[in-house]
Design a protein around this ligand. Structure first.
Ligand SMILES: *Cc1c(COP(=O)(O)O)cnc(C)c1O
Length: 217
């Protein structure tokens, strides 16, 4: 079974990197997958999931949370400021904090609710114009801004450029995290999660290797 295979590969990568067993969290990325695939993985005991779209997550997860206690869902897609309120109600963590306007909105929501999801700052390690995330040179200042707003930033997230060797990007993200005293590293997907674990990933986001290819309508 794919889920068990991925769990075994994560355990082997942890051991190979000299890291403690269980130090890497597997986020099963269920965006756009048929519901029966997610239900099969829930039935196998997986409880941590990733979603990219607020609307889709709002339609799927409330019912599954009732049926499968202990579920946590992380937002890993770009977050529009006008969806922030819905997002803080839906997700245990948001991996895509990438701009001051969103930080300010999340801070106001956190104050009103007395709680906030865990936050990861997304860094555009490849400085790609079309990609979300703060530029590497701006990361330290942005993290300081978020801390000034009392936001619970626990780590950094990146999506390396398509088709490039991901290792330098993972190393860059780990370096920015270390110099800012952040321990969370959300990096690595189906094709490169083992390399990400070798570079220190604490959260790997694996979709198609668990669920099969996504079929977009
Ligand atoms: C879709 C997605 C993933 C999962 O990608 P796979 O290649 O299917 O593992 C991981 N991270 C983000 C940010 C995504 O959007």
């Amino acid at each position: 079974m794919a889920l068990e295979d991925i769990r075994n590969r994560i355990a082997a990568a942890e051991a190979a990197a000299g890291r403690a067993a269980g130090s890497v969290k597997l986020i099963a990325v269920s965006k756009v997958q048929p519901p029966e695939r997610a239900e099969a993985v829930l039935a196998e005991g997986q409880r941590l999931f990733g979603e990219n779209y607020v609307q889709e997550a709002a339609a799927k997860w409330p019912a599954w949370r009732e049926r499968f206690p202990g579920v946590a869902v992380h937002m890993i897609g770009p977050l529009q400021t006008n969806k922030a309120k819905q997002a803080v109600d839906l997700f245990e963590a948001i991996h895509t904090l990438d701009r001051a306007s969103l930080a300010e909105r999340l801070a106001r929501l956190a104050q009103a609710r007395g709680a906030s999801p865990d936050l990861f700052v997304q860094v555009n390690t490849g400085a790609e114009p079309q990609k979300a995330g703060v530029l590497p040179d701006d990361a330290d200042a942005f993290i300081a801004t978020c801390r000034g707003l009392d936001l619970p930033v626990i780590g950094l997230m990146c999506i390396p450029p398509e088709g490039e060797d991901t290792t330098p990007h993972f190393a860059m993200l780990a370096g920015i995290a270390a110099r800012n005293g952040l321990t969370g590293l959300s990096m690595g997907m189906s094709s490169d999660f083992e390399a990400a674990i070798a570079a220190g990933a604490t959260h790997v986001r694996v979709g198609s290797a668990i669920f099969g290819a996504r079929v977009y309508a």
